[in-house]
Ligand binder design. Structure first.
Ligand code: MRU
Length: 348
């Protein structure tokens, strides 16, 4: 049975509450944009591509309440909603790309009535949803060749069905490889502090009957030294024009280790995760999260409540540590800057 992370159902946004997994599988039906904002902030829905879809659906939800036919007021409300949704989480660029896409569709159709614009926005949001389903499968097909038969691969955080509409980016490659009959096993880093690897990725991979071994984040180096890792696959939250890639905190550690141990390090991400206007990783905004996530482990406090905490949710992996980036436009290899530029110039 497939995992439907986010879906527009009868005028509401239905999401799986990922904070409850793996102990409980529960849907939440967001009726208004405020509930959806809270769900994004608290990581009930998470993962860059899923956040793009959530943002677009959030605008549709917010506009349902707008009952005037005054175009100026409508445009003001659209801007307000986009700013509000944009204030939820800063790093995953898919969220901002989706909001910009909706604003652009309105700019290109200014002569239309408010009712028509609302319908156009809803259509575009559903197109963003459908596109994610399609591109994840395309990336899966391209990336399969990178998984060698009988190999051991490693991943961090969750770049699976739960981070997208229903298939995944890095895990999508694994699902496609399995469909093609490849045998491999996956080492999953647990991903402190919020344990997306342990809670979500391990759950997804076991459902898909892919051999999975969970490790603590600090075990990755030893496994690589022992020759137990043939490739690392991760997703991305934002890829700068030069290929520098922001992803879950701990990704950079793996990339450095992979380089040292001559293990290929692959990023799998759709073009909606690229931010060609941001030159390098240095300019990518990194979300800082609440200290309580580090002071404790789940609901249990494991450190003095007064201790200082540093809790960046993402890190940036330098382009020179990345072997290749798998996208729906194919596999990009260094030099990334030139190739990324070519893709975005051609798609304009
Ligand atoms: O904080 P999260 O769980 O939203 O972070 C998501 C990630 O960083 C994932 O690793 C992922 O690669 C991006 S989504 C495919």
């Amino acid at each position: 049975m497939s995992i439907q992370t986010i879906k527009w159902v009868n005028g509401r946004v239905r999401i799986i509450d990922q904070t409850k997994l793996p102990n409980e599988f529960k849907y939440i039906h967001c009726r208004n944009v405020e509930t959806l904002w809270e769900a994004i902030k608290r990581l009930r829905v998470r993962g860059a591509p899923a956040l793009g879809v959530a943002a677009a659906f959030g605008v549709v939800l917010g506009l349902k309440k707008f009952n005037s036919s005054d175009k100026t007021k409508f445009l003001k409300e659209l801007r307000r909603l986009c700013d509000y949704i944009g204030s939820s989480r800063p790093t995953a660029v898919n969220l901002f790309n989706a909001l910009n896409q909706l604003k652009e569709i309105v700019s290109a159709n200014k002569q239309k009535s408010v009712t028509q614009l609302k319908a156009l926005i809803q259509k575009e949001a559903l197109a963003i949803y459908e596109l994610d389903r399609r591109v994840c499968r395309q990336m899966g097909d391209y990336g399969t060749a990178l998984i060698k038969p009988k190999s051991n691969v490693m991943t961090v955080c969750n770049a699976g069905a739960l981070a997208t509409v229903d298939y995944g980016t890095a895990l999508g490659v694994m699902y496609s490889a399995k469909k093609k009959g490849k045998q491999f096993q996956v080492y999953v880093c647990e991903t402190r502090p919020l344990l997306q690897g342990a809670r979500l990725t391990a759950w997804e991979l076991l459902r898909a009957k892919i051999p999975t071994t969970l490790i603590c984040d600090n075990m990755a180096a030893t496994l690589m030294k022992q020759g137990k890792v043939d490739a690392v696959f991760t997703g991305a939250d934002r890829i700068a024009a030069n290929g520098d890639t922001a992803n879950k905190i701990g990704t950079y550690n793996l990339a450095v280790l992979a380089k040292h141990h001559r293990v290929p390090f692959y990023i799998v991400a759709p073009l909606s995760t690229f931010d060609p206007k941001t030159a390098t990783g240095k300019q990518i905004p990194i979300e800082q999260r609440h200290p309580s996530e580090v002071r404790g482990f789940g609901p249990v406090r494991t450190s003095p409540s007064a201790v200082n905490v540093y809790n960046p949710a993402f890190d940036v992996t330098d382009n020179r540590l990345i072997t290749a980036i798998v996208t729906e436009a194919g596999i990009i290899r260094p030099p990334f800057g030139k190739k990324i530029k070519r893709i975005f110039v051609n798609s304009e």
